[in-house]
Design a protein. Structure first.
Lengths: 164, 142
């Protein structure tokens, strides 16, 4: 059975990230694995609190909203945040162990030129299966670009008013 | 995530076997189906071989690979597996086969400094062209 200890996902603060994160979140729910959200900053940044939701809000507001919703529903331990000033490829490879699943976005396109440096590095060096989610992929109905619906529901349903 | 249509590239190598094994496990676990695809090309075949013999040899290899990996996966009886041998460039064949798939699975060929060479230009090209998520199974994966 393809069960995983962690689903490690790389986010980068651009539009394609939401698609990658949605896929990873759905997979972490399906396999009951902890979700690890990884964002690499360039070396000029000094990171005081590398795993804080507040820092994620400053670098990727959309991802931070999804993580907050996931934690409300599944508990704080269900999602771990890693924000480090490092090369994105090296950071992702380091964070994902042999028992994990690594989810990354497809190589970004600039006109006809495909810049595949990080994608190639991760696919070649990873110790676990790597899922590359293309930006051209259409989200199926069972995966929303927002967090899975069950994460958005309140933990305790409001009591129904009694019948008169 | 519901029943998945999984296309997997099989090429007779260890990487292809790992990819097929992963695809069968995923389909068994999620209730999906697997379409195992092998490609061949004129320029890699022996000049003495006929089209029919290349095709039938590839079909035999693919059948054997499926049988051996099915034996290794618990619950394989529930997994529907289709086999397909197609003439053409591997990347083109796989991208076309995965047009309506939920996942496309490939094996990589190990670690090396020469990333593109070792990952395989096929895997690289598939990742850049496929419309569905692509799973790359590294040499060290379970």
């Amino acid at each position: 059975v393809n069960g995983y200890r962690h689903v490690v996902v790389g986010v980068a603060g651009h539009a394609g990230t939401a698609r990658t994160l949605a896929w990873a979140m759905a997979e972490s729910v399906a396999t009951d694995a902890q979700l690890v959200v990884v964002h690499a900053l360039d070396a000029a940044h000094h990171v005081d609190r590398p795993g804080s939701l507040r820092l994620l809000e400053t670098v990727d507001r959309s991802a931070a909203g999804a993580v907050a919703a996931a934690r409300r529903r599944r508990g704080d331990a269900s999602v771990r945040i890693v924000i480090v000033a490092d090369s994105a490829g090296e950071l992702l490879v380091r964070e994902a162990g042999p028992e994990d699943l690594l989810v990354i976005g497809g190589p970004p396109r600039a006109g006809w030129w495909v810049r595949s440096g990080t994608t190639s590095q991760v696919m070649t060096m990873a110790r676990c299966p790597v899922i590359v989610v293309s930006e051209r992929w259409e989200l199926p109905v069972h995966i929303s670009s927002r967090p899975p619906a069950e994460w958005m529901r309140p933990k305790i349903a409001p009591a129904k008013p009694e019948e008169p | 995530m519901g029943a998945q249509r999984i296309v997997v590239g099989v090429d007779g190598t260890e990487g292809g076997r790992r990819a097929l094994n992963w695809a069968l496990r995923e389909a068994s676990n999620r209730g999906g189906s697997v379409r195992a695809v092998m490609s061949w090309r004129w320029d890699t075949a022996s000049p003495t071989q006929s089209t029919e013999s290349i095709q039938s040899e590839a079909e035999r290899v693919l059948r054997d690979e499926i049988a051996s990996q099915r034996a290794a996966v618990p619950g394989e009886a529930d997994v529907s597996v289709a086999a397909e041998v197609v003439e053409g460039r591997a990347a083109d064949v796989l991208v076309r086969a995965a047009r309506d798939a939920d996942l496309l699975v490939l094996g990589s060929h190990g670690h090396n400094r020469m990333l593109r060479t070792v990952l395989g230009s096929t895997a690289q090209e598939v990742v850049e062209s496929a419309r569905c998520p692509v799973v790359v199974i590294p040499s060290s994966a379970r």
